[in-house]
Design a protein around this ligand. Structure first.
Ligand code: NAP
Length: 459
Protein backbone atom coordinates (compact mmCIF):
# COMPACT_ATOMS: atom_id res chain seq x y z
CA UNK A 1 0.00 0.00 0.00
CA UNK A 2 1.46 3.41 -0.92
CA UNK A 3 1.99 5.95 1.83
CA UNK A 4 -0.38 8.70 0.78
CA UNK A 5 -2.40 11.47 2.30
CA UNK A 6 -5.81 11.40 0.64
CA UNK A 7 -8.51 13.80 1.79
CA UNK A 8 -11.45 11.48 2.55
CA UNK A 9 -13.94 14.34 2.18
CA UNK A 10 -13.02 14.99 -1.44
CA UNK A 11 -10.93 12.05 -2.66
CA UNK A 12 -8.10 14.43 -3.51
CA UNK A 13 -4.53 13.15 -3.06
CA UNK A 14 -2.81 15.72 -0.88
CA UNK A 15 0.69 14.27 -0.80
CA UNK A 16 2.49 10.99 -1.41
CA UNK A 17 5.61 9.74 0.31
CA UNK A 18 8.35 7.25 -0.53
CA UNK A 19 8.74 4.45 1.99
CA UNK A 20 12.09 4.31 3.73
CA UNK A 21 14.68 2.28 1.82
CA UNK A 22 16.86 -0.29 3.60
CA UNK A 23 19.65 2.15 4.31
CA UNK A 24 17.33 4.84 5.70
CA UNK A 25 15.62 2.31 7.95
CA UNK A 26 18.98 1.06 9.19
CA UNK A 27 20.04 4.64 9.99
CA UNK A 28 16.92 5.21 12.07
CA UNK A 29 17.29 1.96 13.99
CA UNK A 30 20.96 2.72 14.66
CA UNK A 31 20.10 6.24 15.81
CA UNK A 32 17.41 4.96 18.17
CA UNK A 33 19.76 2.38 19.68
CA UNK A 34 22.54 4.96 20.06
CA UNK A 35 20.22 7.45 21.77
CA UNK A 36 18.87 5.07 24.41
CA UNK A 37 21.94 4.90 26.72
CA UNK A 38 22.03 8.69 26.99
CA UNK A 39 18.29 9.22 27.19
CA UNK A 40 17.83 6.70 29.99
CA UNK A 41 20.41 8.56 32.08
CA UNK A 42 18.61 11.89 31.87
CA UNK A 43 16.72 12.82 35.02
CA UNK A 44 12.93 12.85 35.31
CA UNK A 45 13.15 16.63 35.68
CA UNK A 46 15.03 16.99 32.39
CA UNK A 47 12.58 14.76 30.54
CA UNK A 48 9.64 16.55 32.12
CA UNK A 49 10.94 19.89 30.90
CA UNK A 50 10.96 18.61 27.30
CA UNK A 51 7.56 16.94 27.71
CA UNK A 52 6.02 20.17 28.98
CA UNK A 53 7.51 21.97 26.02
CA UNK A 54 5.79 19.38 23.76
CA UNK A 55 2.52 20.16 25.55
CA UNK A 56 3.01 23.89 24.96
CA UNK A 57 3.64 23.36 21.25
CA UNK A 58 0.45 21.29 21.03
CA UNK A 59 -1.54 23.95 22.86
CA UNK A 60 -0.20 26.89 20.85
CA UNK A 61 -0.53 25.22 17.47
CA UNK A 62 -3.64 23.11 18.03
CA UNK A 63 -5.51 24.71 15.12
CA UNK A 64 -2.79 23.78 12.61
CA UNK A 65 -2.46 20.24 13.96
CA UNK A 66 -6.24 19.84 13.93
CA UNK A 67 -6.35 20.84 10.29
CA UNK A 68 -3.75 18.21 9.37
CA UNK A 69 -5.80 15.52 11.18
CA UNK A 70 -9.08 16.56 9.56
CA UNK A 71 -7.60 16.80 6.08
CA UNK A 72 -5.95 13.39 6.34
CA UNK A 73 -8.63 11.31 8.03
CA UNK A 74 -11.84 13.36 8.08
CA UNK A 75 -12.67 13.85 11.76
CA UNK A 76 -14.79 16.95 12.45
CA UNK A 77 -12.50 19.90 13.10
CA UNK A 78 -13.88 20.59 16.59
CA UNK A 79 -12.99 17.05 17.62
CA UNK A 80 -9.53 17.43 16.08
CA UNK A 81 -8.84 20.55 18.16
CA UNK A 82 -9.94 18.67 21.30
CA UNK A 83 -7.64 15.81 20.33
CA UNK A 84 -4.62 18.13 20.17
CA UNK A 85 -5.59 19.55 23.58
CA UNK A 86 -5.90 16.06 25.06
CA UNK A 87 -2.42 15.19 23.76
CA UNK A 88 -1.07 18.19 25.66
CA UNK A 89 -2.85 16.88 28.77
CA UNK A 90 -1.23 13.47 28.58
CA UNK A 91 2.21 15.08 28.11
CA UNK A 92 1.62 17.19 31.21
CA UNK A 93 0.21 14.24 33.17
CA UNK A 94 3.33 12.13 32.65
CA UNK A 95 5.69 15.10 33.05
CA UNK A 96 4.17 15.55 36.52
CA UNK A 97 3.64 11.92 37.54
CA UNK A 98 6.25 9.71 35.86
CA UNK A 99 8.76 10.02 38.70
CA UNK A 100 6.13 9.13 41.31
CA UNK A 101 4.80 6.17 39.27
CA UNK A 102 8.32 4.80 38.78
CA UNK A 103 9.78 5.50 42.23
CA UNK A 104 11.54 2.59 43.99
CA UNK A 105 9.15 0.45 46.03
CA UNK A 106 10.56 -0.82 49.31
CA UNK A 107 9.54 -4.39 50.22
CA UNK A 108 10.36 -5.77 53.68
CA UNK A 109 12.14 -9.16 53.46
CA UNK A 110 15.02 -10.92 55.22
CA UNK A 111 17.49 -8.68 53.33
CA UNK A 112 19.01 -5.59 54.92
CA UNK A 113 17.18 -3.72 52.19
CA UNK A 114 15.09 -4.95 49.30
CA UNK A 115 13.13 -2.99 46.81
CA UNK A 116 11.73 -2.88 43.30
CA UNK A 117 13.26 -0.52 40.75
CA UNK A 118 11.60 0.30 37.44
CA UNK A 119 13.95 0.75 34.51
CA UNK A 120 13.35 1.46 30.82
CA UNK A 121 13.53 -1.41 28.34
CA UNK A 122 15.07 0.39 25.35
CA UNK A 123 13.74 0.97 21.85
CA UNK A 124 9.95 0.50 21.71
CA UNK A 125 8.16 0.20 18.38
CA UNK A 126 4.62 1.63 18.22
CA UNK A 127 2.35 0.47 15.39
CA UNK A 128 -0.55 2.90 15.38
CA UNK A 129 -3.94 3.45 13.70
CA UNK A 130 -5.34 6.48 11.88
CA UNK A 131 -8.54 7.04 13.86
CA UNK A 132 -7.07 9.22 16.60
CA UNK A 133 -3.90 10.01 14.69
CA UNK A 134 -2.36 12.23 17.38
CA UNK A 135 -3.90 10.87 20.59
CA UNK A 136 -3.00 7.22 19.98
CA UNK A 137 0.63 8.18 19.45
CA UNK A 138 0.94 10.59 22.36
CA UNK A 139 -0.61 8.20 24.84
CA UNK A 140 2.17 5.77 23.94
CA UNK A 141 4.98 8.27 23.55
CA UNK A 142 4.49 10.43 26.66
CA UNK A 143 4.86 7.58 29.18
CA UNK A 144 7.46 5.71 27.10
CA UNK A 145 9.79 8.70 26.78
CA UNK A 146 9.24 9.79 30.39
CA UNK A 147 10.21 6.28 31.53
CA UNK A 148 13.49 6.64 29.65
CA UNK A 149 12.64 4.51 26.62
CA UNK A 150 13.03 5.71 23.05
CA UNK A 151 10.24 5.38 20.49
CA UNK A 152 9.86 4.37 16.86
CA UNK A 153 6.50 5.10 15.25
CA UNK A 154 5.07 3.09 12.39
CA UNK A 155 1.87 5.04 11.82
CA UNK A 156 -1.03 4.00 9.58
CA UNK A 157 -0.20 4.51 5.91
CA UNK A 158 -3.01 7.05 5.38
CA UNK A 159 -1.78 9.57 7.98
CA UNK A 160 1.87 10.26 7.10
CA UNK A 161 1.56 14.01 7.62
CA UNK A 162 0.31 13.47 11.18
CA UNK A 163 3.19 11.05 11.78
CA UNK A 164 5.78 13.57 10.61
CA UNK A 165 4.14 16.43 12.53
CA UNK A 166 4.38 14.42 15.77
CA UNK A 167 8.06 13.61 15.21
CA UNK A 168 8.63 17.31 14.65
CA UNK A 169 6.87 18.25 17.93
CA UNK A 170 9.20 16.05 19.98
CA UNK A 171 12.24 17.37 18.12
CA UNK A 172 11.22 20.98 18.75
CA UNK A 173 10.48 20.16 22.38
CA UNK A 174 14.17 19.36 22.78
CA UNK A 175 14.22 15.56 22.69
CA UNK A 176 17.28 14.26 20.83
CA UNK A 177 16.68 13.16 17.25
CA UNK A 178 16.84 9.47 18.11
CA UNK A 179 14.37 9.64 21.01
CA UNK A 180 11.29 9.61 18.82
CA UNK A 181 11.39 8.81 15.10
CA UNK A 182 8.71 8.21 12.53
CA UNK A 183 9.32 5.31 10.18
CA UNK A 184 7.50 5.78 6.89
CA UNK A 185 7.11 2.08 6.17
CA UNK A 186 4.27 -0.19 5.12
CA UNK A 187 2.82 -2.97 7.27
CA UNK A 188 4.95 -5.53 5.40
CA UNK A 189 8.15 -4.07 6.89
CA UNK A 190 6.99 -4.28 10.51
CA UNK A 191 8.22 -7.87 10.93
CA UNK A 192 11.77 -6.85 10.07
CA UNK A 193 11.72 -4.06 12.63
CA UNK A 194 10.34 -6.31 15.39
CA UNK A 195 12.95 -8.96 14.63
CA UNK A 196 15.78 -6.43 14.81
CA UNK A 197 17.83 -7.10 17.94
CA UNK A 198 17.92 -3.38 18.76
CA UNK A 199 14.14 -3.27 19.25
CA UNK A 200 13.08 -4.33 22.76
CA UNK A 201 9.27 -4.27 22.66
CA UNK A 202 6.22 -3.47 20.58
CA UNK A 203 2.87 -1.85 21.18
CA UNK A 204 0.10 -2.05 18.60
CA UNK A 205 -3.21 -0.25 18.47
CA UNK A 206 -5.30 -1.50 15.59
CA UNK A 207 -7.37 -4.37 14.31
CA UNK A 208 -7.46 -7.93 15.58
CA UNK A 209 -5.65 -9.41 12.53
CA UNK A 210 -2.82 -6.87 12.84
CA UNK A 211 -2.60 -7.64 16.57
CA UNK A 212 -2.37 -11.38 15.97
CA UNK A 213 0.37 -10.92 13.42
CA UNK A 214 2.49 -8.51 15.46
CA UNK A 215 2.09 -10.49 18.70
CA UNK A 216 3.01 -13.69 16.85
CA UNK A 217 6.23 -12.22 15.50
CA UNK A 218 7.12 -10.60 18.82
CA UNK A 219 6.31 -13.83 20.66
CA UNK A 220 8.84 -15.76 18.59
CA UNK A 221 11.41 -13.10 19.47
CA UNK A 222 10.36 -13.16 23.15
CA UNK A 223 9.61 -9.46 23.12
CA UNK A 224 7.00 -7.77 25.28
CA UNK A 225 3.83 -6.57 23.55
CA UNK A 226 0.85 -4.43 24.45
CA UNK A 227 -2.20 -4.84 22.21
CA UNK A 228 -5.07 -2.34 22.01
CA UNK A 229 -7.46 -3.88 19.52
CA UNK A 230 -11.06 -3.55 18.43
CA UNK A 231 -14.28 -3.44 20.36
CA UNK A 232 -18.02 -3.91 20.08
CA UNK A 233 -18.95 -2.03 23.22
CA UNK A 234 -22.40 -2.47 24.75
CA UNK A 235 -24.44 0.48 26.02
CA UNK A 236 -27.14 -0.77 28.38
CA UNK A 237 -30.13 1.31 29.48
CA UNK A 238 -32.33 0.21 32.39
CA UNK A 239 -35.71 1.67 33.46
CA UNK A 240 -34.32 3.68 36.42
CA UNK A 241 -31.94 5.65 34.15
CA UNK A 242 -32.35 9.28 33.15
CA UNK A 243 -33.68 8.41 29.70
CA UNK A 244 -33.05 11.72 27.95
CA UNK A 245 -29.46 11.89 29.20
CA UNK A 246 -28.97 8.24 28.22
CA UNK A 247 -30.28 8.65 24.69
CA UNK A 248 -28.39 11.85 23.86
CA UNK A 249 -25.20 10.32 25.24
CA UNK A 250 -25.91 7.11 23.32
CA UNK A 251 -25.97 8.91 19.98
CA UNK A 252 -22.78 10.77 20.86
CA UNK A 253 -21.12 7.54 21.99
CA UNK A 254 -21.98 5.87 18.67
CA UNK A 255 -21.10 8.70 16.31
CA UNK A 256 -17.95 10.10 17.92
CA UNK A 257 -15.13 10.33 15.37
CA UNK A 258 -17.63 9.58 12.56
CA UNK A 259 -18.32 6.27 14.32
CA UNK A 260 -14.73 5.11 13.99
CA UNK A 261 -13.63 4.65 17.56
CA UNK A 262 -12.60 1.43 19.26
CA UNK A 263 -14.62 2.51 22.32
CA UNK A 264 -17.62 3.85 20.43
CA UNK A 265 -20.78 2.28 21.82
CA UNK A 266 -21.90 -0.12 19.10
CA UNK A 267 -24.70 -2.22 20.59
CA UNK A 268 -27.53 -0.50 22.47
CA UNK A 269 -29.22 -2.91 24.84
CA UNK A 270 -32.41 -1.36 26.17
CA UNK A 271 -34.95 -2.61 28.72
CA UNK A 272 -38.36 -3.30 27.22
CA UNK A 273 -40.13 -0.91 29.66
CA UNK A 274 -38.42 2.09 28.10
CA UNK A 275 -37.46 0.64 24.73
CA UNK A 276 -40.11 2.34 22.57
CA UNK A 277 -39.28 5.80 23.89
CA UNK A 278 -35.53 5.20 23.61
CA UNK A 279 -35.80 3.97 20.02
CA UNK A 280 -37.98 6.91 18.97
CA UNK A 281 -35.64 9.53 20.45
CA UNK A 282 -32.51 7.74 19.24
CA UNK A 283 -33.73 7.70 15.65
CA UNK A 284 -34.86 11.35 15.86
CA UNK A 285 -31.44 12.50 17.04
CA UNK A 286 -29.57 10.33 14.51
CA UNK A 287 -31.69 11.79 11.69
CA UNK A 288 -30.95 15.34 12.83
CA UNK A 289 -27.15 14.94 12.70
CA UNK A 290 -25.38 17.06 10.13
CA UNK A 291 -23.25 15.06 7.75
CA UNK A 292 -20.79 17.00 5.62
CA UNK A 293 -17.56 18.94 5.40
CA UNK A 294 -15.41 18.05 8.43
CA UNK A 295 -13.69 21.44 8.23
CA UNK A 296 -17.04 23.11 8.94
CA UNK A 297 -17.50 23.73 12.68
CA UNK A 298 -21.20 22.88 12.41
CA UNK A 299 -20.61 19.36 11.06
CA UNK A 300 -21.43 16.40 13.32
CA UNK A 301 -20.31 13.59 11.01
CA UNK A 302 -17.57 13.77 8.39
CA UNK A 303 -16.46 11.13 5.91
CA UNK A 304 -15.09 7.70 6.76
CA UNK A 305 -11.32 7.74 6.67
CA UNK A 306 -10.80 5.62 3.55
CA UNK A 307 -12.77 4.23 0.64
CA UNK A 308 -12.11 0.70 1.93
CA UNK A 309 -13.69 1.50 5.32
CA UNK A 310 -16.77 2.81 3.52
CA UNK A 311 -16.97 -0.39 1.42
CA UNK A 312 -16.57 -2.59 4.50
CA UNK A 313 -19.33 -0.67 6.29
CA UNK A 314 -21.69 -0.93 3.30
CA UNK A 315 -21.06 -4.69 3.23
CA UNK A 316 -21.71 -5.12 6.96
CA UNK A 317 -25.04 -3.30 6.73
CA UNK A 318 -26.06 -5.09 3.51
CA UNK A 319 -25.30 -8.54 4.95
CA UNK A 320 -27.11 -7.72 8.22
CA UNK A 321 -30.21 -6.52 6.34
CA UNK A 322 -30.12 -9.56 4.03
CA UNK A 323 -30.07 -11.74 7.16
CA UNK A 324 -33.24 -10.06 8.45
CA UNK A 325 -32.21 -6.87 10.25
CA UNK A 326 -34.52 -3.89 9.77
CA UNK A 327 -33.38 -0.35 8.94
CA UNK A 328 -35.09 2.45 10.89
CA UNK A 329 -33.06 5.14 9.14
CA UNK A 330 -30.02 5.39 6.85
CA UNK A 331 -28.37 2.38 5.27
CA UNK A 332 -26.88 4.15 2.24
CA UNK A 333 -23.86 6.13 1.15
CA UNK A 334 -24.57 9.77 1.93
CA UNK A 335 -24.52 11.86 -1.22
CA UNK A 336 -22.73 15.12 -0.57
CA UNK A 337 -22.67 17.72 -3.29
CA UNK A 338 -20.08 20.00 -4.86
CA UNK A 339 -16.44 19.31 -4.11
CA UNK A 340 -17.50 16.67 -1.54
CA UNK A 341 -19.11 14.44 -4.18
CA UNK A 342 -16.08 12.12 -4.11
CA UNK A 343 -16.07 11.83 -0.30
CA UNK A 344 -16.58 8.65 1.76
CA UNK A 345 -19.79 9.73 3.51
CA UNK A 346 -22.34 7.34 5.01
CA UNK A 347 -25.79 8.09 6.42
CA UNK A 348 -26.36 7.84 10.18
CA UNK A 349 -28.03 4.44 10.39
CA UNK A 350 -30.11 2.52 12.92
CA UNK A 351 -30.68 -1.24 12.75
CA UNK A 352 -33.17 -3.31 14.77
CA UNK A 353 -34.35 -6.96 14.80
CA UNK A 354 -30.75 -8.01 14.23
CA UNK A 355 -30.33 -11.76 13.88
CA UNK A 356 -27.62 -13.59 15.78
CA UNK A 357 -24.62 -14.27 13.54
CA UNK A 358 -25.10 -11.20 11.34
CA UNK A 359 -22.31 -8.54 11.40
CA UNK A 360 -24.41 -5.97 13.31
CA UNK A 361 -24.98 -8.44 16.15
CA UNK A 362 -21.50 -8.70 17.64
CA UNK A 363 -18.81 -7.56 15.16
CA UNK A 364 -17.00 -4.27 15.29
CA UNK A 365 -18.77 -1.74 13.09
CA UNK A 366 -16.62 1.27 12.17
CA UNK A 367 -19.02 4.00 11.09
CA UNK A 368 -22.23 5.76 12.18
CA UNK A 369 -24.33 2.59 12.35
CA UNK A 370 -26.12 1.64 15.58
CA UNK A 371 -27.53 -1.75 16.53
CA UNK A 372 -30.55 -1.63 18.89
CA UNK A 373 -31.65 -4.58 21.02
CA UNK A 374 -34.65 -4.96 23.34
CA UNK A 375 -34.15 -7.00 26.52
CA UNK A 376 -36.49 -8.10 29.31
CA UNK A 377 -34.17 -7.89 32.36
CA UNK A 378 -30.66 -7.57 33.72
CA UNK A 379 -29.65 -11.22 33.17
CA UNK A 380 -30.48 -10.94 29.51
CA UNK A 381 -28.71 -7.56 29.28
CA UNK A 382 -25.48 -8.92 30.72
CA UNK A 383 -25.62 -12.07 28.61
CA UNK A 384 -26.09 -10.09 25.39
CA UNK A 385 -23.47 -7.50 26.35
CA UNK A 386 -20.91 -10.27 26.86
CA UNK A 387 -21.89 -12.17 23.69
CA UNK A 388 -19.01 -10.77 21.63
CA UNK A 389 -15.40 -11.85 21.19
CA UNK A 390 -14.37 -8.32 22.24
CA UNK A 391 -14.06 -6.81 25.72
CA UNK A 392 -12.89 -3.23 25.50
CA UNK A 393 -15.41 -0.90 27.16
CA UNK A 394 -18.98 -1.10 28.44
CA UNK A 395 -21.50 1.52 29.53
CA UNK A 396 -24.57 0.88 31.67
CA UNK A 397 -27.25 3.37 32.66
CA UNK A 398 -29.11 2.70 35.91
CA UNK A 399 -29.87 4.37 39.23
CA UNK A 400 -30.40 1.09 41.01
CA UNK A 401 -27.52 0.10 43.33
CA UNK A 402 -27.96 -3.65 42.95
CA UNK A 403 -27.99 -3.38 39.16
CA UNK A 404 -24.95 -1.13 39.18
CA UNK A 405 -22.99 -3.62 41.26
CA UNK A 406 -23.89 -6.46 38.91
CA UNK A 407 -22.79 -4.48 35.84
CA UNK A 408 -19.48 -3.54 37.45
CA UNK A 409 -18.87 -7.16 38.46
CA UNK A 410 -20.18 -9.08 35.48
CA UNK A 411 -19.52 -7.08 32.30
CA UNK A 412 -16.50 -8.57 30.51
CA UNK A 413 -14.60 -5.43 29.57
CA UNK A 414 -11.47 -3.43 30.38
CA UNK A 415 -13.66 -0.67 31.78
CA UNK A 416 -17.24 -0.13 32.89
CA UNK A 417 -18.80 3.34 32.86
CA UNK A 418 -22.04 3.83 34.81
CA UNK A 419 -24.33 6.66 33.62
CA UNK A 420 -21.71 7.97 31.21
CA UNK A 421 -19.98 7.16 27.95
CA UNK A 422 -16.73 5.25 27.76
CA UNK A 423 -13.77 7.58 27.29
CA UNK A 424 -10.04 7.56 27.90
CA UNK A 425 -8.46 9.75 30.57
CA UNK A 426 -4.69 10.16 31.13
CA UNK A 427 -5.21 9.32 34.83
CA UNK A 428 -7.10 6.04 34.33
CA UNK A 429 -5.80 2.80 32.84
CA UNK A 430 -7.14 1.94 29.40
CA UNK A 431 -7.20 -1.42 27.64
CA UNK A 432 -9.20 -4.53 26.97
CA UNK A 433 -9.79 -8.20 27.67
CA UNK A 434 -10.67 -11.07 25.30
CA UNK A 435 -9.95 -10.19 21.65
CA UNK A 436 -9.67 -6.50 22.50
CA UNK A 437 -6.10 -7.17 23.58
CA UNK A 438 -3.98 -7.07 26.70
CA UNK A 439 -1.82 -4.67 28.65
CA UNK A 440 -2.80 -1.16 29.63
CA UNK A 441 -2.08 2.35 28.51
CA UNK A 442 -2.39 5.55 30.57
CA UNK A 443 -2.22 6.10 34.33
CA UNK A 444 0.32 4.29 36.47
CA UNK A 445 -0.35 0.94 34.80
CA UNK A 446 0.46 2.41 31.38
CA UNK A 447 3.90 3.71 32.25
CA UNK A 448 4.78 0.41 33.90
CA UNK A 449 4.24 -1.66 30.74
CA UNK A 450 7.59 -0.93 29.10
CA UNK A 451 9.87 -1.15 32.10
CA UNK A 452 11.97 -3.83 33.69
CA UNK A 453 10.50 -4.50 37.12
CA UNK A 454 13.85 -5.14 38.74
CA UNK A 455 14.08 -6.78 42.15
CA UNK A 456 17.01 -5.53 44.24
CA UNK A 457 18.13 -7.52 47.31
CA UNK A 458 20.98 -6.22 49.48
CA UNK A 459 22.55 -7.80 52.59
P1 NAP B 1 -5.22 -1.79 11.20
O1 NAP B 1 -5.53 -2.02 9.80
O2 NAP B 1 -4.96 -2.95 12.07
O3 NAP B 1 -3.95 -0.82 11.22
C1 NAP B 1 -3.35 -0.38 12.42
C2 NAP B 1 -1.86 -0.28 12.21
O4 NAP B 1 -1.32 -1.58 12.04
C3 NAP B 1 -1.46 0.50 10.96
O5 NAP B 1 -0.27 1.20 11.24
C4 NAP B 1 -1.23 -0.59 9.94
O6 NAP B 1 -0.35 -0.21 8.91
C5 NAP B 1 -0.63 -1.67 10.81
N1 NAP B 1 -0.83 -3.03 10.32
C6 NAP B 1 -1.91 -3.54 9.69
N2 NAP B 1 -1.72 -4.86 9.44
C7 NAP B 1 -0.51 -5.18 9.93
C8 NAP B 1 0.25 -6.38 9.97
N3 NAP B 1 -0.21 -7.53 9.48
N4 NAP B 1 1.47 -6.35 10.53
C9 NAP B 1 1.95 -5.20 11.06
N5 NAP B 1 1.29 -4.03 11.04
C10 NAP B 1 0.06 -4.02 10.49
O7 NAP B 1 -6.33 -0.95 11.94
P2 NAP B 1 -6.97 0.39 11.46
O8 NAP B 1 -8.00 0.09 10.44
O9 NAP B 1 -5.92 1.40 11.12
O10 NAP B 1 -7.62 0.89 12.84
C11 NAP B 1 -8.86 0.48 13.24
C12 NAP B 1 -8.76 -0.59 14.29
O11 NAP B 1 -8.02 -0.12 15.39
C13 NAP B 1 -10.12 -0.94 14.82
O12 NAP B 1 -10.23 -2.31 14.99
C14 NAP B 1 -10.14 -0.22 16.16
O13 NAP B 1 -11.04 -0.74 17.08
C15 NAP B 1 -8.73 -0.36 16.59
N6 NAP B 1 -8.41 0.62 17.61
C16 NAP B 1 -8.23 0.19 18.88
C17 NAP B 1 -7.95 1.10 19.88
C18 NAP B 1 -7.74 0.66 21.29
O14 NAP B 1 -7.23 1.44 22.07
N7 NAP B 1 -8.09 -0.53 21.67
C19 NAP B 1 -7.85 2.45 19.57
C20 NAP B 1 -8.06 2.84 18.26
C21 NAP B 1 -8.32 1.91 17.29
P3 NAP B 1 -0.88 0.19 7.44
O15 NAP B 1 -1.73 1.39 7.61
O16 NAP B 1 0.36 0.44 6.69
O17 NAP B 1 -1.66 -0.99 6.94
Amino acid sequence: MPIASINPATGETLKTFESLNDQQLEEKLARAAATFPDHRRTSFAERAQMMIRAAEILEHEKQQFARVMTLEMGKPIRAAVSEAEKCALVCRYYAENAEKHLADEIVETNATRSYVRFQPLGVVLAVMPWNFPFWQVFRFAAPALMAGNVGLLKHASNVPQCALAIENIFRRAGFPEGAFQTLLIGAETVQRVIEDARVAAVTLTGSEPAGRSVAGIAGKQIKKTVLELGGSDPFIVMPSADLEAAVTTAVKARTINNGQSCIAAKRFIVHTQIYEEFEKRFVEIMKALRVGDPLDEATDIGPLATEQILKDLEDQVRVSVAAGAKLLTGGQKFKAGGNLAGGNFYEPTVLVDIPKGSPAYADEIFGPVASLFRIGGIDEAIELANATPFGLGAAAWTNDDAERNRFVDELEAGCVFINGMVASDPRLPFGGVKHSGYGRELGEFGIREFVNVKTVWIK
